[in-house]
Design a protein around this ligand. Structure first.
Ligand code: CA
Length: 230
Protein backbone atom coordinates (compact mmCIF):
# COMPACT_ATOMS: atom_id res chain seq x y z
CA UNK A 1 0.00 0.00 0.00
CA UNK A 2 1.18 3.50 -0.79
CA UNK A 3 2.45 5.56 2.13
CA UNK A 4 0.67 8.86 2.48
CA UNK A 5 2.37 12.19 3.10
CA UNK A 6 0.74 15.44 4.08
CA UNK A 7 2.71 18.46 2.92
CA UNK A 8 2.14 21.68 4.85
CA UNK A 9 3.63 24.64 3.00
CA UNK A 10 2.32 28.12 2.18
CA UNK A 11 4.67 28.84 -0.72
CA UNK A 12 2.82 27.62 -3.79
CA UNK A 13 5.79 26.82 -6.00
CA UNK A 14 7.48 24.75 -3.30
CA UNK A 15 4.20 22.97 -2.65
CA UNK A 16 3.79 22.18 -6.35
CA UNK A 17 7.38 20.97 -6.60
CA UNK A 18 6.97 18.69 -3.58
CA UNK A 19 3.60 17.41 -4.76
CA UNK A 20 4.99 16.51 -8.20
CA UNK A 21 8.10 14.78 -6.91
CA UNK A 22 6.47 12.86 -4.07
CA UNK A 23 3.77 11.50 -6.40
CA UNK A 24 6.51 10.51 -8.83
CA UNK A 25 8.31 8.71 -5.99
CA UNK A 26 5.19 6.62 -5.36
CA UNK A 27 3.62 8.36 -2.37
CA UNK A 28 0.05 9.40 -1.90
CA UNK A 29 0.18 13.14 -1.33
CA UNK A 30 -2.15 15.65 0.29
CA UNK A 31 -1.45 19.33 0.71
CA UNK A 32 -2.29 22.04 3.20
CA UNK A 33 -1.21 25.67 3.14
CA UNK A 34 -1.93 26.61 6.74
CA UNK A 35 -1.81 24.99 10.18
CA UNK A 36 -5.53 24.90 10.81
CA UNK A 37 -6.16 23.06 7.53
CA UNK A 38 -3.26 20.70 8.28
CA UNK A 39 -4.67 19.68 11.66
CA UNK A 40 -8.10 19.06 10.13
CA UNK A 41 -6.62 16.86 7.41
CA UNK A 42 -4.49 14.95 9.90
CA UNK A 43 -7.53 14.20 11.99
CA UNK A 44 -9.55 13.07 8.98
CA UNK A 45 -6.89 11.09 7.15
CA UNK A 46 -4.09 10.02 9.51
CA UNK A 47 -1.15 10.40 7.09
CA UNK A 48 1.97 8.24 7.47
CA UNK A 49 4.25 11.27 7.53
CA UNK A 50 4.04 15.04 7.79
CA UNK A 51 6.29 17.36 5.82
CA UNK A 52 5.99 20.58 7.75
CA UNK A 53 7.11 24.07 6.81
CA UNK A 54 7.96 26.00 9.98
CA UNK A 55 7.11 29.49 8.76
CA UNK A 56 3.39 29.53 8.10
CA UNK A 57 0.82 32.28 8.33
CA UNK A 58 -1.18 32.08 11.54
CA UNK A 59 -0.34 28.95 13.45
CA UNK A 60 3.30 28.12 12.72
CA UNK A 61 5.04 24.78 12.33
CA UNK A 62 6.21 24.65 15.94
CA UNK A 63 2.63 25.22 17.18
CA UNK A 64 1.51 22.33 14.98
CA UNK A 65 4.29 20.09 16.33
CA UNK A 66 3.31 20.95 19.88
CA UNK A 67 -0.36 20.14 19.25
CA UNK A 68 0.45 16.85 17.56
CA UNK A 69 2.63 15.68 20.42
CA UNK A 70 -0.03 16.59 23.00
CA UNK A 71 -2.66 14.50 21.30
CA UNK A 72 -2.62 10.73 21.84
CA UNK A 73 -3.78 10.00 18.29
CA UNK A 74 -0.94 11.94 16.66
CA UNK A 75 1.79 11.46 19.26
CA UNK A 76 3.77 9.16 16.97
CA UNK A 77 3.09 10.81 13.62
CA UNK A 78 6.50 11.18 11.92
CA UNK A 79 7.36 14.82 11.20
CA UNK A 80 10.08 16.22 8.95
CA UNK A 81 10.42 19.99 9.25
CA UNK A 82 11.14 22.22 6.26
CA UNK A 83 13.21 25.15 7.41
CA UNK A 84 15.02 28.15 6.03
CA UNK A 85 18.63 29.03 6.69
CA UNK A 86 19.07 30.84 9.97
CA UNK A 87 16.21 29.00 11.66
CA UNK A 88 18.50 26.76 13.74
CA UNK A 89 16.87 27.85 17.00
CA UNK A 90 13.50 26.76 15.64
CA UNK A 91 15.00 23.48 14.48
CA UNK A 92 16.32 22.85 17.98
CA UNK A 93 12.91 23.63 19.45
CA UNK A 94 11.13 21.47 16.87
CA UNK A 95 13.38 18.48 17.54
CA UNK A 96 12.81 18.89 21.27
CA UNK A 97 9.07 19.03 20.64
CA UNK A 98 9.42 15.65 18.97
CA UNK A 99 9.93 16.31 15.26
CA UNK A 100 11.95 13.50 13.69
CA UNK A 101 14.20 15.39 11.33
CA UNK A 102 14.51 18.53 9.25
CA UNK A 103 15.60 19.64 5.80
CA UNK A 104 16.86 23.15 5.07
CA UNK A 105 15.57 25.05 2.02
CA UNK A 106 16.64 25.09 -0.72
CA UNK A 107 16.83 21.30 -0.52
CA UNK A 108 17.62 18.63 -3.06
CA UNK A 109 14.68 16.34 -3.79
CA UNK A 110 17.04 13.39 -3.65
CA UNK A 111 18.12 14.27 -0.11
CA UNK A 112 14.55 14.89 0.96
CA UNK A 113 13.36 11.53 -0.42
CA UNK A 114 16.21 9.77 1.40
CA UNK A 115 15.24 11.47 4.68
CA UNK A 116 11.60 10.49 4.20
CA UNK A 117 12.57 6.88 3.60
CA UNK A 118 14.82 6.84 6.66
CA UNK A 119 12.14 8.30 8.93
CA UNK A 120 9.45 5.94 7.64
CA UNK A 121 11.77 2.97 7.97
CA UNK A 122 12.91 3.69 11.50
CA UNK A 123 9.33 4.29 12.59
CA UNK A 124 8.52 0.75 11.43
CA UNK A 125 11.53 -0.64 13.22
CA UNK A 126 10.92 1.17 16.50
CA UNK A 127 10.03 -1.08 19.38
CA UNK A 128 11.89 -4.10 18.07
CA UNK A 129 15.29 -2.96 19.24
CA UNK A 130 16.85 -4.69 22.17
CA UNK A 131 18.52 -1.94 24.28
CA UNK A 132 21.27 -4.32 25.38
CA UNK A 133 22.08 -5.53 21.86
CA UNK A 134 25.50 -4.81 20.41
CA UNK A 135 25.70 -1.76 18.15
CA UNK A 136 28.04 -2.17 15.20
CA UNK A 137 28.87 0.55 12.72
CA UNK A 138 31.91 0.25 10.48
CA UNK A 139 34.94 -0.38 12.73
CA UNK A 140 33.06 0.58 15.88
CA UNK A 141 31.47 -1.99 18.19
CA UNK A 142 29.51 -0.90 21.23
CA UNK A 143 28.21 -3.29 23.83
CA UNK A 144 25.70 -1.32 25.93
CA UNK A 145 25.07 -4.16 28.36
CA UNK A 146 28.76 -4.62 29.16
CA UNK A 147 29.86 -0.97 28.91
CA UNK A 148 32.43 -1.97 26.30
CA UNK A 149 33.58 -0.21 23.17
CA UNK A 150 35.98 -1.46 20.51
CA UNK A 151 37.53 0.36 17.60
CA UNK A 152 38.87 -1.99 14.91
CA UNK A 153 38.94 -4.80 17.45
CA UNK A 154 40.84 -2.82 20.11
CA UNK A 155 39.11 -1.92 23.39
CA UNK A 156 38.68 1.80 24.09
CA UNK A 157 38.44 3.24 27.60
CA UNK A 158 35.62 5.75 27.95
CA UNK A 159 34.29 7.52 31.00
CA UNK A 160 30.80 6.53 32.02
CA UNK A 161 29.32 9.79 30.74
CA UNK A 162 31.14 9.52 27.41
CA UNK A 163 29.83 6.01 27.11
CA UNK A 164 26.22 7.08 27.77
CA UNK A 165 26.49 9.88 25.21
CA UNK A 166 27.90 7.49 22.60
CA UNK A 167 25.19 4.89 23.22
CA UNK A 168 22.46 7.54 22.99
CA UNK A 169 23.74 8.76 19.61
CA UNK A 170 24.71 5.40 18.12
CA UNK A 171 21.48 3.68 19.02
CA UNK A 172 19.69 6.03 16.63
CA UNK A 173 21.98 6.53 13.63
CA UNK A 174 20.88 9.37 11.40
CA UNK A 175 18.88 11.14 14.12
CA UNK A 176 19.81 14.65 15.01
CA UNK A 177 20.10 15.14 18.78
CA UNK A 178 20.04 18.58 20.34
CA UNK A 179 22.38 19.11 23.30
CA UNK A 180 19.38 19.13 25.58
CA UNK A 181 18.27 15.75 24.26
CA UNK A 182 21.75 14.34 24.84
CA UNK A 183 21.77 15.74 28.38
CA UNK A 184 18.40 14.11 28.95
CA UNK A 185 19.57 10.74 27.67
CA UNK A 186 22.48 10.87 30.11
CA UNK A 187 20.69 12.52 32.99
CA UNK A 188 18.59 9.39 33.43
CA UNK A 189 21.67 8.06 35.17
CA UNK A 190 21.85 10.94 37.64
CA UNK A 191 24.67 12.72 35.91
CA UNK A 192 24.73 16.47 35.94
CA UNK A 193 25.67 17.45 32.40
CA UNK A 194 25.25 20.97 31.07
CA UNK A 195 24.87 21.92 27.40
CA UNK A 196 28.43 23.12 27.19
CA UNK A 197 29.66 19.99 28.88
CA UNK A 198 28.07 17.98 26.07
CA UNK A 199 30.50 19.59 23.63
CA UNK A 200 33.38 18.66 25.91
CA UNK A 201 32.14 15.07 26.15
CA UNK A 202 31.84 14.84 22.37
CA UNK A 203 35.34 16.26 21.86
CA UNK A 204 36.69 13.67 24.31
CA UNK A 205 34.76 10.89 22.64
CA UNK A 206 35.96 11.77 19.16
CA UNK A 207 39.55 11.80 20.33
CA UNK A 208 39.29 8.44 22.05
CA UNK A 209 37.45 6.84 19.12
CA UNK A 210 40.30 7.82 16.77
CA UNK A 211 39.39 6.88 13.19
CA UNK A 212 35.77 6.28 14.28
CA UNK A 213 35.54 9.74 15.84
CA UNK A 214 34.24 11.08 12.54
CA UNK A 215 31.14 8.90 12.93
CA UNK A 216 29.85 11.62 15.24
CA UNK A 217 28.89 14.60 13.10
CA UNK A 218 28.36 18.15 14.27
CA UNK A 219 25.06 19.56 13.03
CA UNK A 220 25.81 23.24 13.04
CA UNK A 221 23.65 25.32 15.35
CA UNK A 222 21.55 22.29 16.22
CA UNK A 223 23.49 19.46 17.84
CA UNK A 224 25.02 16.12 16.89
CA UNK A 225 24.22 13.14 14.72
CA UNK A 226 25.69 9.67 14.48
CA UNK A 227 26.20 8.95 10.78
CA UNK A 228 23.91 6.32 9.34
CA UNK A 229 25.95 5.87 6.18
CA UNK A 230 29.67 5.40 6.34
CA1 CA B 1 6.63 29.30 4.59
Amino acid sequence: MKKSILVVEDEEDILALLHFNLIKAGYQVDCASCGEDALKQIEARQPDLLLLDLMLPGMDGLDICRQLRQNEATLDLPVIMLTARGEEQDVVQGLELGADDYVTKPFSIKVLLARIQTVLRRRTETGEDDPAAELVQGDLRIHPGRNQVQVAGEPVELTYTEFRVLVALASRPGWVFTRYQIVNAVRGEDYAVTDRAVDVQIAGLRKKLGPCGSYIETVRGVGYRFRDQL
